[in-house]
Design a protein around this ligand. Sequence first.
Ligand SMILES: *Cc1c(COP(=O)(O)O)cnc(C)c1O
Length: 376
Amino acid sequence: MGILFSAPQVEFDIIREEWLQSVTQIAKSGLFVGGPGISKFESAFASYLGVSGAVGVGNGTDALYLALRALGIGPGDEVITATNTFIATVGAIHQSGANAVLVDCDSSYLIDFEQVKAAITSRTKAVIPVHIYGQMVDLRQWLPWAEQNGIHIIEDCAQAVGSALDGKAAGSWGVMGCFSFYPDKNLGAFGDGGAVVTSSPELLTNLRRLRNHGGEVRYQHEIPGLNSRLDSLQASALHLKLPYLDEWSDKRMQVAGWYREYLKAIDDVVVPKCVTECRHVYHLFVIRVRDGQRDMLKKYLQKKGILTGIQYPVPIHLTPAYSFLDYAKGAFPNAENYADEILSLPMHIAVTEDEVTMIATEIGAFFNNNNEVRGW
Ligand SMILES: *Cc1c(COP(=O)(O)O)cnc(C)c1O
């Protein structure tokens, strides 16, 4: 018996009947792209987050790109983000024509605000804090600073749907929040999807135009745009899943609690530190082990039927794609060290306490057999 790393198929089982009915309805209506299902989901999602509006788009990367475009950010501008993120955050900045400026993370893996403050120049237009692994960057101190410096905060919420700080949802803090509905995310579609949310009426209009060839009405093109729409089948799946999201987040938190409990006794494992008092929705449960042991542990667990992940093995500034940004190895020591030490354990709504016990037992056994170097 194996333990899956993520399990979107379990979520599908829960909404199967209703979704199949909606597929039939959509097929009958002929409205495969657009149609009332899109705005119904957008309204439900916006009210869940406590913002004025949501704009469904093709994927999370486009959500970030369109957010930048909606603000008019492009060539000559600088946008700051963390080097320990999924490639898409920086890809979207690059796509906009702006310069990506990278900074390091702290020991909670979140973008280091002190470094953000030090990195701004007269060309800095926006910062993209990434709510990585499901926890929120503490934006309370960011807002007055951003206001004072005329800098836009665009939240990358791809891993943090359902997370909140002081009761205020991730995505509702910055000028815009960008979400991914990639199937493995905490609110996943049955394919690609994404959304940008905001409470600014002007930005909502801009976003609705940009995603649909520059106009909300067919063949009326107000601005240059592109084609990045959420399709009807995805919107209906998301609409059916949204009511379960809080329950599913609670489930993930319970799994995280079990991991903390059963891994406590293993000195060689560093469990995630919670620095902000946010609702951490555990998109991923990321542990750290000594460099040099991580890959061995990953292989060992795989042999035992336990699938793990590495999010992410190479910080952006060390990828071939973004070597042109010209950061040296050693520029961001935290992100670089962590990249060699992190391991994401199985995390989804169907992980059981028995499975967590078994995973912890195997990790313990691994270190008992490989304990020649200790010292955490
Ligand atoms: C998944 C993800 C994205 C991109 O979303 P896609 O829907 O895959 O394009 C962006 N940023 C982060 C942090 C992500 O995890």
